[in-house]
Write a protein that binds this ligand. Structure first.
Ligand code: BEZ
Length: 255
């Protein structure tokens, strides 16, 4: 089970809308055309799936979290959504494009996911994705590591649920599996966290829960307090936290 499988879909939808709001930009790169068949890989609660459908496409949303798919079906009952794993999904018929926003950094087995994406596409079909890239949330990760080490926890690599590749690393895997990479960009996207001074604690609980699962409630509070303290000067300004996101965007064509 990936950490994402246990997500609270209601919390995600209500408090983390920035995930798909930023994703709207990615739709421009996807440039959906009427009648196209498009797979939304890691669709979450379906907001971007619906936007893709509005272009007159036939779109299918998949996500590994049953809670997300249940919410997506409730939000958009006219669309098709299914629970499926990025590492081993299959499509009924080849698609024109695979779109993925803010998902593939949860998939450490990148080769397996790319093999599935390749198999899902028609020849000449496109893969358009955005996810956390090399250096993503580096300040937060460093602070978390220090706080956990203070508690004597050192197996941090094993706890880390994320895969944040460089352009070179990801493009190499894509090319090895039969894609031509026609666009790649790694860029900083400082992301304002809502909810004022609680923003960082809420973000850690939502996204970085994998680092806390072995801890008692008291230790969790200790870690979050320590992270907040060490990030205060870098990421907290005028009552608002900012997460040091760095994204990678990729467009690749199946050759
Ligand atoms: C995300 O799912 O958007 C995310 C996960 C980890 C770090 C940053 C963002």
């Amino acid at each position: 089970m990936t950490p994402k499988n246990s997500w609270d879909a209601g919390l995600y939808q209500d408090k983390h809308a920035f995930v798909w709001q930023y994703g709207e930009d990615l739709l421009k790169l996807l440039n959906p055309e009427v009648g196209e068949l498009i797979l939304d890989l890691g669709c979450g609660t379906g907001q971007l799936t619906e936007k893709i459908a509005q272009f007159g496409t036939e779109v299918w949303g998949i996500d590994s979290a049953a809670t997300m798919i249940a919410q997506a079906k409730q939000n958009y009952p006219h669309l098709r959504f299914d629970v499926a794993d990025a590492r081993n999904f299959r499509v009924d018929k080849p698609v024109d494009a695979v779109f993925s926003n803010a998902t593939l950094h949860w998939v450490k087995e990148a080769e397996a996911a790319i093999a599935c994406i390749h198999q899902a596409l028609k020849s000449g079909g496109r893969f358009v994705a955005e996810f956390g890239g090399k250096g993503n949330v580096q300040h937060i990760l460093t602070a978390l590591h220090h706080a956990l080490q203070t508690l004597g926890i050192s197996n941090l690599q094993a706890m880390n649920p994320w895969y944040f590749p460089s352009i070179g690393e990801y493009a190499t895997i894509l090319e090895a599996q039969g894609f031509d990479v026609i666009y790649a960009n790694l860029f900083d996207r400082p992301t304002l966290l809502t909810e004022g001074e609680a923003g960082m604690a809420n973000w850690i609980q939502m996204f970085a829960g994998a680092f806390l699962t072995e801890l008692s409630a008291e230790q969790q509070t200790q870690v979050i307090d320590a992270v907040e303290k060490s990030l205060q000067t870098k990421l907290y300004h005028k009552g608002t936290w900012t997460a040091d996101y760095r994204r990678i965007r990729i467009v690749a064509i199946k050759n």
